[in-house]
Design a protein around this ligand. Structure first.
Ligand SMILES: NC(=O)c1ccc[n+]([C@@H]2O[C@H](COP(=O)([O-])OP(=O)(O)OC[C@H]3O[C@@H](n4cnc5c(N)ncnc54)[C@H](OP(=O)(O)O)[C@@H]3O)[C@@H](O)[C@H]2O)c1
Length: 274
């Protein structure tokens, strides 16, 4: 049995679907998960990672765990405590959703350190900027056909969360990924201005791009992210290093096909912007 945390989110939802479609027994976990969030036949359990003991019933009988943390966990949780519970119940393999920023030294690696120190088999997924971050533009695109964002012409190879989910499914189900670190990007660098234009293409009307200053973006992001994460994110988006702009071969190597484009992501999620 495979346990998926963050099961109602951008990565967890397609991961639960992919595992269930492959015939795996899956337990989908989040704090507020309901029947409507999971495919028929998938077990669901409510648990809060900031209270590691609450995970025990979900993990009972599990061989592998997909571990996804959240901003509230970063503020209030301790992954060492979570890993103690995971090890004690007999889980063998953990796939951690980490971040490209760990490899490029913008983020500390304390999540990866806690997983490595657990002594379990581990695989680290280090994705770059998610295409789903553009959901934050949905209201202004719907209301005014407008996107307000910083660094309009700075391009990074954003990743489709569905590709992260497919890679996670491979690492959870198949042997041979122990100790591996995968850098996950999209197929080509794309700028916020180009992303706004791609959204315009799928809604069938032009979307105006209004460039925000770094300070304006920072104030807005501080409402839902801790300050160190905001600084690291603005750094990676505004002044990406060569490594952060590079397209990684890992998605194609693992899935046998190129990563999905931003246009494909926008097409699949057009309902949010119409
Ligand atoms: N966005 C990016 O560009 C980017 C880049 C690199 C790495 N990442 C990493 O990707 C992860 C976010 O992935 P995502 O976009 O799929 O997330 P998401 O869509 O925001 O979903 C978060 C999921 O976690 C659950 N959750 C939140 N707090 C929880 C808690 N305390 N205990 C248990 N479950 C909790 C949520 O459900 P409930 O609310 O029901 O609990 C939900 O299922 C983060 O770890 C982030 O660092 C993001």
């Amino acid at each position: 049995m495979i346990v998926v945390t963050g099961a109602t989110g951008n990565v967890g939802q397609p991961l639960v679907q992919a595992l269930a479609a492959a015939g795996e027994q899956v337990t989908a976990v989040s704090r507020r998960i309901s029947e409507l969030d999971v495919p028929v036949g998938v077990r669901r359990r409510q648990a809060d990672l900031t209270e590691p003991a609450s995970l025990k019933p979900a993990l009972h009988g599990a061989e592998a765990l997909f571990l996804l943390t959240s901003p509230d966990f970063m503020a209030n949780g301790d992954l060492g405590d979570v890993m103690n519970v995971v090890r004690a119940v007999g889980v063998r393999r953990v796939v951690l959703l980490s971040s490209h920023g760990v490899g490029t030294r913008r983020h500390s690696s304390h999540l990866e350190d806690a997983v490595e120190q657990s002594g379990l088999e581990w695989t680290m997924l280090r994705p770059g900027n998610f295409n789903s971050n553009t959901f934050q533009w949905a209201d202004s695109v719907r209301a005014q056909r407008m996107v307000v964002a910083p660094f309009g012409d700075v391009a990074v190879p954003g990743i489709d969360p569905a590709d992260i989910a497919e890679v996670a499914a491979v690492a959870l189900r198949e042997p041979g990924h122990e100790g591996a670190i995968y850098t996950l990007t999209g197929p080509v660098p794309i700028s916020p201005r180009q992303q706004a234009a791609a959204i315009g293409d799928v809604v069938g009307e032009p979307v105006q791009f209004v460039e925000q200053s770094r300070a304006e973006a920072r104030n807005q992001m501080l409402r839902y992210m801790p300050e160190p994460v905001v600084e690291a994110t603005l750094g990676a988006l505004g002044a990406p290093s060569a490594a952060e702009q590079r397209v990684s071969p890992d998605v194609e190597r693992l899935l046998g096909r190129p990563p999905r484009t931003f246009a494909e992501w926008a097409e699949r999620n057009v309902a949010a912007f119409e």
